[in-house]
Design a protein around this ligand. Sequence first.
Ligand SMILES: Nc1ncnc2c1ncn2[C@@H]1O[C@H](COP(=O)(O)OP(=O)(O)O)[C@@H](O)[C@H]1O
Ligand SMILES: [Mg+2]
Length: 155
Amino acid sequence: MLRPRMKNVAFDLAPELADDAAPVFVRCEDLRLEQVFINLIGNALDAVASCDRPRIVVELEPRADTIEIVVRDNGPGIPADALPRLFEPFFTTKEMGQGLGLGLAISSAIARDYGGSLAARNREAPIVADGPEGGTQHDADQSHGAEFVLTLRRA
Ligand SMILES: Nc1ncnc2c1ncn2[C@@H]1O[C@H](COP(=O)(O)OP(=O)(O)O)[C@@H](O)[C@H]1O
Ligand SMILES: [Mg+2]
């Protein structure tokens, strides 16, 4: 669904989520989990639309009883005054017709329905990527960006 919008975006998917990786099981209905991913990655795509070097990273952080799925981007980040309202239904900063403001409200409700949670924060550390010579590269334009953490119980 999102692939056509990803053409010029560097997309780093956690190796644990690759098609040929061993499955990771969490408590959530698959179609609803898909909805959450579409919302979070769709938002990240909107956020990086004006970036020189757009990048979206999806990481998996296993915890004792939960799995954290982190979706981060190198867009402009979340304005401080928007942060407390992100999960309110119909809260949107997008142009009329661009967003209904329901994606995060629905996504957090889905997480909650399965005993999980969804949290948002701005990233502080820049994304560090392997450079062409194997070294690390810091991009000035990657020092900001939003990060969404979906926490789900292990199945
Ligand atoms: N990755 C992101 N970077 C910056 N702001 C974001 C990001 N994801 C969501 N937001 C903010 O949260 C608001 C609500 O998101 P959402 O509920 O998905 O509604 P919509 O995408 O329709 O605006 C967005 O309008 C935007 O202001
Ligand atoms: Mg959205």
